[in-house]
Design a binder for this molecule. Structure first.
Ligand SMILES: [Zn+2]
Length: 244
């Protein structure tokens, strides 16, 4: 449905004349429950539902993201070539670029100053989010470097002998820009010295499809059931029939 573009979202249903408004139904329920205005609702598209932008889906979406990433990271680690000098680093919740660059093994790759300089060139090309506007206005000079040091990679692999680090960011998006574009995915796996790429890729696609299905089912149950959206919850039960 994601690829065919016919997920029964309000956006799609409005297009085919089955609904009056393309505004997100779950965001509406969430806002109404909080007594907030329902003006200017985001369009209920496949992309919106499958993102943390949808207020009622944030918990479900984040849990799905973590679940797929955990599976992929463990699979890549397990399928590494025996001779590989690349080590997967275990990250804790506090790990961001700043805390990583306090460690000797990262400082040996390059100095903090050199990294900040290079990172700034890239960061200025990435637009700031609405929520970051105040921070930008406060100090536009240091905003981009500050934002870079606060970035939290999903995973890190490091080759200490060659002084190379790979910082892995997993975006849970389906379709052409997603994590399952084969050639791109294979190139990255190769860089990480991962073997059995076909099996790993097939497993990953299965995981992504299952997770998308869980997300969509959770969404539809919440908007059609008229129950309160899941904005809080544990990892084990993240919504109606959604267990991760
Ligand atoms: Zn929404």
């Amino acid at each position: 449905m994601a690829v065919a573009g016919n997920t029964p979202t309000a956006s799609f249903l409005t297009k085919i004349g089955k609904m009056q408004s393309a505004g997100c139904r779950l965001c509406r329920i969430t806002r109404e429950a909080r007594g907030e205005s329902t003006d200017g609702l985001a369009a209920e598209t496949h992309g919106h539902i499958n993102s943390a932008d949808c207020k009622g889906m944030a918990t479900t979406f984040t849990a799905a993201h973590h679940s797929i990433w955990r599976h992929l990271y463990d699979s890549m680690h397990a399928a590494q070539k025996l001779k590989s000098k690349l080590k997967f680093v275990t990250l804790d919740k506090e790990s961001n670029m700043s805390t990583l660059w306090q460690q000797e093994k990262f400082l040996r790759i390059c100095s903090k100053e050199d990294l900040a300089k290079k990172a700034e060139d890239i960061e200025v090309t990435i637009p700031d989010k609405k929520s970051q506007e105040a921070r930008y206005n406060l100090d536009p000079e240091s905003f981009f470097v500050f934002r870079f040091w606060g970035r939290r990679p999903d995973g890190v692999a490091i080759n200490e002998a060659l002084q190379i680090g790979y910082f892995l960011v997993f975006n849970f998006v389906m379709g052409n820009r997603g994590s399952v574009v084969e050639s791109n995915f294979y190139t990255k796996l190769k860089k990480l010295d991962v073997q059995e790429k076909d099996k790993l890729s097939a497993d990953h696609v299965t995981q992504v499809c299952r997770a998308h299905n869980r997300v969509i089912v959770s969404f539809l149950l919440q908007v059609q059931g008229g129950t309160r959206p899941t904005t809080e919850g544990s990892r084990e039960n993240i919504g109606h029939n959604v267990h991760v």
